[in-house]
Design a protein around this ligand. Structure first.
Ligand SMILES: [Zn+2]
Length: 122
């Protein structure tokens, strides 16, 4: 029996998007309070009655989030062009090696927008 889990984090980061025309507002350095949502699909552990310990998930993801929080994303290795799409991919590729049940990473750069990398569909 499989269940879907989601956990979300907020980080504050600066970025600029270098491939946009200079006149575009996102070409200038600016900040976002990014909301990052990680989705997992996994089998229920019949002994404990859960899929995965949220505390363990948080501990595993924290080093990745530390690389991004209060940083200029363009300076992070692999994020020279830190669009929300490429940030979701960057997070997925790294988090998936730690948490194989990961199916999706969603990046919300504002309260009204969100971008998801669906990874491997279950
Ligand atoms: Zn932006």
């Amino acid at each position: 029996m499989k269940f879907e889990l989601k956990t979300q984090f907020q980080i504050e980061s600066a970025r600029f998007l270098p491939h946009l025309p200079k006149t575009h507002p996102c070409a200038r350095m600016h900040g976002h309070s990014f909301v990052l949502i990680f989705t997992f699909l996994g089998e229920l552990d019949p002994q404990i009655g859960w899929v995965r310990d949220y505390h363990e998930i948080n501990e595993l993801l924290r080093p990745l989030l530390t690389q991004l929080d209060h940083q200029v994303l363009n300076e992070v290795e692999g994020l020279s062009n830190p669009t929300s799409e490429l940030l979701a991919l960057w997070l997925f590729e790294r988090a998936r090696t730690l948490l194989p049940e990961l199916t999706r990473v969603t990046v919300k750069e504002t309260p009204t927008t969100e971008c998801s990398y669906p990874g491997v569909l279950a």
